[in-house]
Ligand binder design. Structure first.
Ligand code: ADP
Length: 737
């Protein structure tokens, strides 16, 4: 038989060829990455906000559309990239310590400003830390041109079934995502509403969702007002970013007092309303019922007008991480115009909603609503058109947007403690990529002095594309968002393999090599214990070390976060990063707002609501006491409190078994060391004991006693049938051999 013709031989040849090919491809890929890294190190892409271009199109060095599929391969070879890094051995990410509150400023890290770039702030135990990343890392990751990347086998998947916008699915597809159902193992879940905590808790380490738990803190009008008012109390000079606001009925007295001393118009809104529903203007707060739940705000009566119309701005903001906080603002957005020419409010015109409100949902009903494809007309225009208009009218556009960015940062910071807490509570094991990202729609009103005011934050801004202008803004926004989020940095298959292994190890109670994913994807993860130990008592200088020394010793290396930062910096598209601020002089300024929890708890209630609650509690207790007394008089003994949970008493054996099971289930349980000699000794003793029981006839004696006293149970009869049988036939089992 000719062996060369056999199927087996052919198969072996095929496999040999296949492995040779694979080795060749790997080698090629390695050299390509090294070349790209060398290139990246020689020229660091420098990106600055470009207000001169009307459409703020992405810089040419970045791919406009880069499919996540195509990006994957490069990022899976961090070792190869590191090999090409001159000077810095790995994509390091450093945490440098420093006081964050009051006059305290973040202290410089180990790297000099030229080597390191600030990428965020984190707060641990009353201290604020700078998170820095070497510039070389930023340029290295993501520096491989798209056309040189080989497509990966794995397609990232997205579930859009909880979104009403078909556009999201369409764009995802063009970017190489595979659309899947919610029941599948998606990479991204895009939902129009806030998902429940259960969903957050069950997410795998490679999954991402388009909402942060706790973002409601700034997305509901009443909560936003509460947070901003709290911050205003703490930082009266910095937080004048919103019109004076009261929450009725709790602050009714304050609002009324203010209205008596100031001749102002007030705008009243339902506390959780949207789309202009239920909003009205008034000069007289006495007309409001004392129990109505409303948000009362001073009316910005001199807004900036374009062509005589009032307008507000919809600024799209992307948050990719809350700890450290990373915020990006989209350079393009919408300006929504009122449809009747603006006149300052008078009792005569205050009911004209087409004049005072700028909501699309309100104004589209007006026959004057203008649809226009030209940039400088229409009731909805692009932000780039507004920038052009401002430039033509000699306004400082750069300064204006710096102020808008400031308003956005401060608004997010007002809810930052809650966001951070919720994120860590929901995703304690998400160590590869961020579990969430979120596009927020900030509604900004501008007054005649070009001062921006935050009106509202939308957690699910509309992605309807009724008009050409919508399509021109929202499509690129979604595309750039999906490109910017670091979904591809998590290797789904590997994570699933690791998770399976971990579960298996836990079931088999093996103490395994891969540690449980306790490290979070935060800057503090690796060194948290160390940092905490050092900064546990910042007020006590004796207990702590010198902050400068601390800074040096607190430097840590954090891989996944560095990769995320580098990825984002290289896939900005038309986004600009505003937090951490690109202007280094602003870093110190913003760190002070991270310390807010030290001074007033975010959960602190108003004095009025506290009093109300105290009173209600007292009354409830009195009523309960009265009821209990009445019952006692009627029945003779106090009735059991129905709210008290009844504890079922299980048999002792079951309880013991449960206790042992619970103990064994504990993650770190391992059997102790068993010595062979000890084990042999134990066996001998057991054997001796059995022999003694037999020779002394202990079982028979006990059985006989129980039989005589009539306490033998059915089980005893079944387990020892011969003893029972003998006793039944009149034998004395104690004597019987
Ligand atoms: P909604 O969520 O119902 O849209 P907003 O707070 O956004 O409520 O207000 C709707 C519109 O009312 C805004 O687009 C803006 O034009 C106008 N408006 C709201 N608050 C003020 C204010 N304090 N001063 C002037 N105009 C305001």
């Amino acid at each position: 038989m000719n062996l060369k013709n056999s199927k087996f031989y052919k198969r072996i040849q095929e496999l040999r060829h296949f492995s040779k090919e694979k080795i060749r491809k790997d080698r090629e890929q390695r050299s390509r990455v090294t070349r790209a890294l060398d290139m990246a190190l020689s020229e660091q892409p420098h990106r600055e906000r470009d207000w001169s271009s009307p459409d703020h199109s992405p810089t040419r060095s970045q791919p406009v559309i880069s499919s996540p599929r195509r990006r994957l391969k490069k990022l899976r070879s961090p070792k190869k990239k590191a090999a090409g890094l001159k000077g810095s051995q790995s994509p390091d990410y450093r945490v440098a310590g420093g006081q964050c509150s009051g006059d305290g400023s973040p202290l410089p890290g180990l790297m000099s400003a030229s080597e390191a770039k600030l990428q965020g702030f984190i707060q641990l135990n009353n201290k604020c830390y700078r998170v820095e990343c070497p510039t070389s890392t930023v340029s290295a990751v993501g520096a491989v041109p798209d056309d040189e990347r080989t497509p990966s086998e794995t397609k990232s998947t997205i579930c859009v079934s909880n979104s009403r916008y078909a556009m999201i699915g369409r764009i995802s597809k063009t970017l190489g995502f595979k659309l899947v159902k919610e029941s599948k193992l998606w990479n991204i879940l895009w939902s129009d509403s806030f998902p429940g905590v259960e969903l957050f808790k069950n997410m795998k380490r490679f999954q991402q969702i388009n909402h942060f738990p706790g973002m409601i803190e700034i997305c509901r009008k009443d909560l936003l007002s509460r947070n901003l008012n709290r911050m205003l109390k703490l930082y009266p000079h910095d937080y004048k970013i919103f019109p004076k606001t009261w929450m009725l009925p709790a602050d009714y007295g304050d609002a009324l007092n203010y209205s008596l001393n100031h001749k102002r118009t007030f705008i009243l809104k339902p506390d959780s309303g949207a789309q202009g529903r239920g909003i009205w203007l008034t000069n007289d707060l006495k007309t409001i019922g004392p129990h109505e739940r409303l948000i009362c705000q001073t009316y910005v009566h001199r807004p900036l007008l374009i062509d005589g119309y009032k307008f507000d701005l919809r600024v799209y903001t992307l948050i990719t991480s809350v700890d450290p906080l990373r915020i990006f603002v989209y350079n393009e957005g919408l300006a929504r115009f009122a449809t009747n020419k603006y006149v300052e409010p008078t009792p005569g015109n205050s009911t004209d909603l087409y004049m005072h409100l700028t909501n699309y949902s309100v104004n589209k009903r007006n026959s004057h609503y203008e649809l226009c494809d030209n940039d400088d007309c229409g009731s909805k225009r692009k932000l780039s058109a507004i920038n052009n208009w401002m430039r033509r009218h000699n306004y400082d556009v750069e300064e204006f947007w710096t102020n808008v960015d400031d308003v956005i940062i401060k608004t997010v910071l007002s809810a930052w403690p809650v966001l951070k807490h919720n994120y860590h509570a929901c995703f304690p094991g998400h160590d590869k990529i961020q579990a969430c990202f979120e596009i927020l729609g900030f509604d900004i009103l501008v007054d005649w002095k070009l001062k921006p005011y935050i009106l509202e934050v939308n957690h699910s801004p509309s992605f309807h594309t009724n008009e050409q202008v919508d399509r021109e803004v929202k499509r690129p926004l979604i595309r750039d968002t999906l490109n910017l989020v670091s979904t591809v940095l998590a290797d789904k298959k590997q994570i699933m393999r690791e998770d399976r292994k971990r579960v298996k190890q836990r079931l088999l109670k093996i103490r395994g090599d891969p540690p449980a994913p306790k490290a979070r994807l935060t800057a503090g993860s690796a060194s948290k214990a160390k940092i905490n130990a050092k900064t546990a008592n910042p007020a006590n200088p004796e207990g702590g070390t010198n902050p400068v020394k601390e800074t040096e010793s607190d430097s840590v290396v954090i891989g996944p976060l560095a990769q995320q930062v580098a990825w984002e910096e290289n896939h900005l598209g038309n986004f600009r990063r505003i937090m951490p601020p690109p202007d280094e002089s602003k870093e110190e300024y913003y760190t002070r707002f991270y310390g807010q929890t030290n001074q007033v708890s975010i959960f602190a209630e108003t004095a009025a609501s506290k009093k109300r609650e105290d009173l209600a509690r007292k009354m409830r207790l009195q009523i309960e006491e009265k009821k209990a007394k009445q019952e006692q008089m009627l029945n003779g003994r106090p009735k059991r409190d129905p709210r008290k949970r009844q504890t079922a008493i299980l048999p002792r054996a079951v309880r013991e078994k449960n206790r042992i099971n619970l103990f064994r289930l504990k993650e770190n349980w391992t059997p102790g060391f068993i010595s062979e000699a000890e084990e042999r000794l134990r066996h001998t003793w057991l054997h001796m004991r059995t022999e003694s029981i037999k020779t002394l006839k202990i079982t028979e004696n006990i059985y006989f006693t129980l039989y005589e006293s009539g306490h033998l149970t059915n089980t005893d009869m079944v387990v020892y049938p011969h003893l029972y049988h003998n006793l039944q036939h009149g034998f004395d089992i104690r004597e019987y051999p």
